[in-house]
Design a protein around this ligand. Structure first.
Ligand code: SF4
Length: 114
């Protein structure tokens, strides 16, 4: 393999590694999994969802730019929360103060005590 090819390969590997690395301050990269039934949202999370306008008074979820079909799918997503040590529905995770972002198939979690 030519020296130029090796350098190009190293550059590609570096770009892949950088794009995979979580942002600074992220303690956990938590995989999002599918569940058969939606996980019950706690009362505290309901209050947070309502105050952020994601849930109406009747408990119906509405997220700007997200189709009802996608919302339905999100209700069947969950994470094994490393902070609470329990299975949490994705919508509850989404309004958690530790939620940073959701790259494909995972949650970047700040990991602070809650
Ligand atoms: S963002 Fe909150 S609910 Fe989600 S994994 Fe982190 S601590 Fe758990």
């Amino acid at each position: 393999m030519a020296k130029g090819d090796i350098l190009a390969l190293h550059l590609v590997l570096l770009i892949v590694m950088m794009s995979e690395a979580p942002p600074e301050g992220i303690k956990h990269v938590v995989p999002i999994k599918q569940v058969e039934k939606p996980i019950k949202i706690t009362e505290q999370a309901k209050v947070e969802l309502q105050s952020s306008g994601i849930m109406d008074e009747k408990g119906k979820l509405k997220l700007k730019g997200v189709s009802p079909k996608m919302l339905k799918r999100m209700k069947l997503e969950a994470v094994d929360c490393p902070v609470l040590n329990s299975e949490i529905g994705f919508m509850q995770c989404y309004v958690c103060k530790n939620f940073f972002s959701r790259p494909t198939g995972k949650v970047y979690c700040k990991g602070d005590p809650i």
